[in-house]
Design a protein around this ligand. Structure first.
Ligand code: NDP
Ligand code: BG6
Length: 520
């Protein structure tokens, strides 16, 4: 039980969190070898190796594990270790003794992804080291190359026999973007599934690995107090925001082909939406959870393309200030066409056509170079049916709001109204505020640490199934085609200053419905 409420002028805080008796399960992954294609790249350096090192340093993976990096860049295993040590120092938590132990498990082969001989070399390398590290023949192939290389690698893994399972299991991890529309995602699936079977394939969406994204299901389905209200009878609307302060960074080549709808909506936004709105499966089983997520995507209402302006607002950042520092506009970034119309911001209204959500607008918003980094799901409840205080206090009172903050702060906040203390009769908004890590001193796993561990465990709950990818593309592709091909009647790309909340036109999208974004 919370033992106290600390009151400050605007906030009520839960005093203490009781970890006692919290039911939890600890996992121990199978031994395995991980082959990373594209190991000279940014993802390997910034995310994969720091994540694997943390899993090793904390004892989640043991000594019965090794990594084979594969890429064209000329390097030997020693050079790879040196580069990865620098990467962990820059992007992870470094510890000398643990690193020395881990580094002995890092190897590298320089090879061309399209060279059949390279796959024979990989096979004999694996066979040799599997005996040394006792990995029981379990293999993970992680394709961390640009998407143009995915089909070559998966095809040759199949042709060389490496995709098969002999002594242990074999799994394939594929990064996003998974295709760029319905057709290309389908073709990629055909290529991948001609070498691997669907149970072997792990499609990453690292948002699903974020603790507080997973917590959406725990909050909804491990409590009785929220779920009875989680429907059209009590919820006015939902806002899902993923706001970034970062710009396009050094990824203009990719981003110019993608834009915010492919980069953030097709995957992360849709998956968060699915978790926030899905039905409870009978058991927490990967396939049943993924069934329910897919059903949400299947029920998304197709917006009328001729009235896209009422449903979608696009934006692109121009120069401005982030944290007091001047930053360039999108079209001034290196590698971006000066006349680029690629959207870096989108706000979209969607509806889920089922019994639970009929008529409840869900507003999705994501953009780069916005005022603050903030990801959250904000559930806004209906107003009281009749305000008995209206003659006493005058004016409107706002709705109760439940805010699931995903990052950078991991919190759950409930906004409600109380009497303002004192002689006058007036109301004030207060927040019941729970910090996700409050009262917890143990190990926390970042998104990549979590999904890599789950892949070794063979738990696919946090990965996207073939139908999950394709349903999301089926919803977005007509919209993308309309924007990119027809031009006529397509929504404008509205300019917004870097460091703002996005284009003011996005406010109109909501204000037409009599609603406002939650910006704080
Ligand atoms: P990089 O651009 O850094 O590419 C990875 C490696 O692939 C390069 O080091 C290079 O190695 C090789 N490569 C690059 N271009 C080509 C090409 N045209 N043909 C063949 N090989 C090429 O990519 P990232 O590491 O940033 O990303 C890898 C994958 O992960 C991408 O699909 C990306 O979308 C995805 N991703 C990345 C994220 C990130 O934070 N970086 C986040 C989420 C997803 P070499 O020349 O040595 O062969
Ligand atoms: C990636 C996108 O998938 O997610 C990037 O390609 C984006 O453009 C990133 O910056 C955001 O992830 P996170 O974990 O930093 O919120």
């Amino acid at each position: 039980m919370p033992d106290a409420f600390q009151n400050d002028p605007h906030e009520i805080k839960v005093g203490k969190v009781e970890p006692r008796g919290a039911p939890c399960v600890e996992f121990s992954p199978d031994p395995s070898a991980m082959v990373i294609f594209g190991a000279s790249g940014d993802l390997t350096r910034r995310k994969l190796i720091p994540a694997l090192f943390k899993l090793s340093r904390t004892g989640i993976i043991g000594d019965d594990f090794f990594v084979l990096g594969v890429a064209r860049t000329e390097m030997d295993s020693e050079g790879f270790r040196t580069a990865m040590e620098e990467a962990v120092k820059a992007h992870g938590e470094f510890e000398t003794a643990a690193w020395e132990r881990f580094a002995k498990r890092l190897f590298y082969i320089s090879a061309d992804y399209g060279d059949e001989g390279a796959y024979a070399a990989i096979a004999s390398f694996l066979e040799e080291k599997e005996g040394v590290f006792a990995t029981k023949g379990n293999r993970i192939f992680y394709v961390a190359t640009p998407p143009s290389v995915y089909e070559t690698v998966t095809g040759l893994l199949g042709a060389s026999g490496l995709a098969g399972e002999k002594a242990g299991w074999t799994r394939l991890v594929v990064e996003k973007p998974y295709g760029r529309d319905t057709g290309s995602a389908r073709r990629l699936d055909e290529a991948v599934l001609s070498s691997f079977s669907e149970p072997q394939v792990y499609r990453i969406d690292h948002y699903l690995g974020k603790e507080t994204v997973q917590n959406i299901l725990m909050l909804r389905f491990a409590n009785t107090i929220f779920e009875p209200l989680w429907n059209r009878h009590f919820i006015d609307h939902v806002q899902i925001t993923v706001a970034e302060t970062l710009g396009v960074e050094r990824r203009a080549g990719y981003y110019e082909q993608a834009g915010v709808l492919r980069d953030m909506f097709q995957n992360h936004m849709m998956q968060v939406l699915a978790l926030a709105s899905m039905e409870p499966p009978s058991v927490y089983d990967p396939e049943l959870v993924r069934d329910e997520r897919s059903k949400v995507l299947l029920a998304l209402r197709r917006p009328p393309l001729e009235r896209m302006d009422d449903w979608l607002c696009l934006g692109q950042y121009v120069e401005g200030e982030i944290d007091g520092k001047a930053v360039p506009g999108y079209t001034e970034e290196e590698g971006v066409a000066r006349s680029s119309q690629v959207p870096t911001f989108a706000a979209m209204r969607v509806y889920i056509d089922n019994w639970r959500w009929q008529g409840v607008p869900i507003y999705l918003r994501s953009g780069k170079r916005l005022k603050k980094r903030l990801s959250e799901v904000s559930v806004q409840f209906r107003n009281v049916p009749h305000l008995m205080f209206k003659d006493t206090i005058g004016g409107e009172i706002g709705p109760n709001t439940l805010i699931l903050k995903i990052q950078p702060e991991e919190r759950i906040q409930l906004k409600f109204h109380t009497k303002y203390p004192g002689s006058r009769v007036c109301l004030r908004d207060v927040f019941m505020d729970f910090s996700y890590l409050e009262g917890y001193r143990g190990l926390t796993l970042g998104a990549y640490e979590r999904v890599l561990m789950d892949c070794m465990l063979g738990d696919k709950t946090l990965f996207v199934r073939k139908d999950g990818v394709s349903l999301s593309w089926e919803f977005l592709t007509p919209i993308l085609e309309y924007i990119e091909k027809s031009g006529k009647g397509a929504p404008d790309v509205n300019l917004y200053r870097a460091g703002s909340y996005g284009p003011t036109e996005a406010d109109k999208l909501m204000s037409k419905d009599g609603r406002r974004w939650r910006n704080e």
